[in-house]
Design a binder for this molecule. Structure first.
Ligand SMILES: [Zn+2]
Length: 51
């Protein structure tokens, strides 16, 4: 099983607490909120949950 990666820099991402909108979205399709662990990048967003 592959861990999620940052879509911007390809670095490792950390799963973070979901927001309210994410719960709504996750009803439509399985997603999880992540944040990039790179200090330069700091990308945060939703990725499809790995199965
Ligand atoms: Zn990144």
């Amino acid at each position: 099983m592959n861990a999620a990666k940052c879509p911007l820099c390809g670095g490792p991402v950390q799963r973070i607490r979901r927001r309210f909108v994410d719960r709504i979205l996750s009803l439509l399709r399985p997603i999880a909120r992540y944040r990039c662990q790179s200090a330069r990048c700091q990308w945060e967003g939703n990725l499809p949950r790995p199965r």
